[in-house]
Design a protein around this ligand. Sequence first.
Ligand SMILES: [Zn+2]
Length: 323
Amino acid sequence: MSATQQSAMSRRGFCACCAGAAGFAATGGWLSPSQAYAKARSIVDLIRDEAAKTPINVHRLRGKVSILEGSGGNIAVLTGADGKVFIDAGITASRPRILEASNSLSRDPIRHLINTHWHFDHADGNAWLNAEGAAIIAHENTHKHLLVAQRVEDWDYTFPSSPLAAVPAEVFSSDMTVELNGSKLALRHYEPAHTDSDISVTFGEVDILHCGDTYWNGIYPFIDYSTGGNIDGMIKAAEANVAGVTDKTIVIPGHGQPVSNKAELTEYRDMLVAIRDNVAKLKQQGRSLEQTIAAKPTATFDAKWGQFVIGPDFFTRLVYQGV
Ligand SMILES: [Zn+2]
């Protein structure tokens, strides 16, 4: 990858969602399946190695809610006498730094973990958090995907099944309310979007929404078609996120700058809609994937959104699959 991409990745932390994309970015073109496989394997290792040394940045939001940034997806933490509640678990290699950051917030033990979806960069730390005493809650499809090996076609990569301690013990299908530490957490399942297991977490009293990977702040998102994701679902989820917040809401994305707002979320939704329309038009004209990529349907957005590991070509390919 280029120096710019390298520094962008170091700055924002590595993300398994992007493993295959980084393979594309690195070569500027298509990889054969075996090349992609080798690349994805090495990048998953790279993500673990990077997480092992990346510092965790703590962002205090409102009330008892903070964000730990620097280990895969953005982790939210609610503190209090019932024990800490983690939203997402990050990468296992970050364990000592996450514990250090978590202890800097309060000495409450970690008692609950909620996964926003099944992906490695959000659930890899499930086993150690469970060993710390966290009961794991997630959508039933996260349970289903963690229980058996998962193949992600766009990375040409197969993740092994998780140890039982890492599999959510409490699951739900549409929504669930969790009352802990004097706060009411509303968990809501999205229709298939980034995957078929995505949920949002709303902290009602302090007006904070964690969108998981239905929202990537300022960067093109990954869409995992292998476990049910699709571009139209991503747009619907973005619409629901926009409709559910006000100008005062703090919006937490799965990836990208962790403290966001309605204006940035709206810009993200508009970007998805515009690129979907551009790609759909080209596909309806009968253009092949290669011809569609060559027509640069993302061009007006690339300077801002294409600077992370999901580059313009790879994002075009993800949208083309779903229109
Ligand atoms: Zn993800």
